[in-house]
Design a protein around this ligand. Structure first.
Ligand SMILES: [Zn+2]
Length: 270
């Protein structure tokens, strides 16, 4: 069967929800990149389905970081090594508007985990089914009001307008639609999820999210940052094996070099 026949995914678009100046040694690869700084993006992904529905993966850092860069983690240990630099253009509402969409057009929102840079604006998505791993959801319920850096954040129960948000809890690997499978990759955070896509022309794509931050993490075998580093290593190795089996293209979570090469929305990969 051709890719086109077994997928209902039409296009993948990469959304730029802002960036930060990051001490890679402190935040991404301790011991291997100490003292190295880089501008790393906070990506999100828009997956357009063939039937016209839209799936959003992650919601970026809370928009308050635009005016108040250290909003969620000033004074916390990692704050020294992570300096958000967000502009108005990076607001998810503005990025969605650039492709002609609003949150009301997002049928499914996947929250890969609840760190501050992945789940910050979830309360905009009252129209969406919000898909999250049950372990990430449980960790978020236990979290303080604000997530910061590598702590799970509390996720909202209600939208800004008071509407209850609709969560769908998943566990294990989950094929959401043909060609879009959620992969259980815990370690970086409880219930962390990566995504395997089959695009009609590009073929298999793995969105590693934070199971593999960057090509450098993979090169050094450095998966130290996270809730459970050994589990994180197993998840990263699982993705690397899957990449080989599927002949997939791996998009890393926050790779500063790969980011430069990626097509950004409104362009996309088909
Ligand atoms: Zn992240």
């Amino acid at each position: 069967m051709s890719n086109a026949a077994r997928t209902s995914v039409k296009q993948l678009r990469v959304l730029d929800f802002g960036r930060a100046n990051i001490d890679l040694g402190a935040v991404m690869a301790p011991g291997d990149l100490d003292g190295v700084w880089a501008i790393c993006a906070f990506p999100a992904y828009l997956i357009d389905l063939a039937d016209g529905r839209h799936v959003l993966v992650d919601t970026g850092p809370n928009r308050r970081h635009i005016r108040e860069p250290m909003y969620e983690f000033a004074g916390m240990p990692l704050a020294e090594g992570l300096q958000p630099q967000l502009t108005d253009a990076d607001d998810p509402l503005n990025r969605l508007a650039e492709v002609g969409l609003t949150p009301a057009d997002i049928d499914m929102l996947i929250l890969t985990h609840t760190h501050f840079d992945h789940a910050g604006n979830a309360d905009e998505f009252s129209a969406s089914e919000i898909v999250i791993h049950q372990d990430a959801y449980a960790a978020a319920l236990d979290a303080g009001q604000r997530g910061y850096a590598h702590k799970p954040g509390r996720i909202p129960e209600f939208a800004a307008d008071g509407t209850p948000l609709r969560y769908r809890l998943v566990a294990g690997d989950t094929e959401l639609v043909p060609g879009l499978t959620l992969l259980e990759t815990p370690g970086h955070a409880p219930g962390h999820m990566s995504i395997l896509l089959h695009l009609p022309e590009t073929g298999a794509v793995i969105l590693a999210i934070d199971a593999i931050y960057s090509a450098a993490n993979r090169r050094f075998g450095n998966y130290k940052i996270g809730a459970d580093p050994e589990q994180g290593r197993a998840s990263a190795e699982r993705l690397i094996a899957l990449e080989g089996r599927e002949g997939a293209w791996m998009i890393y979570g926050h790779d500063p070099d790969q980011w430069q090469e990626l097509l950004k929305a409104p362009e996309g990969y088909r």
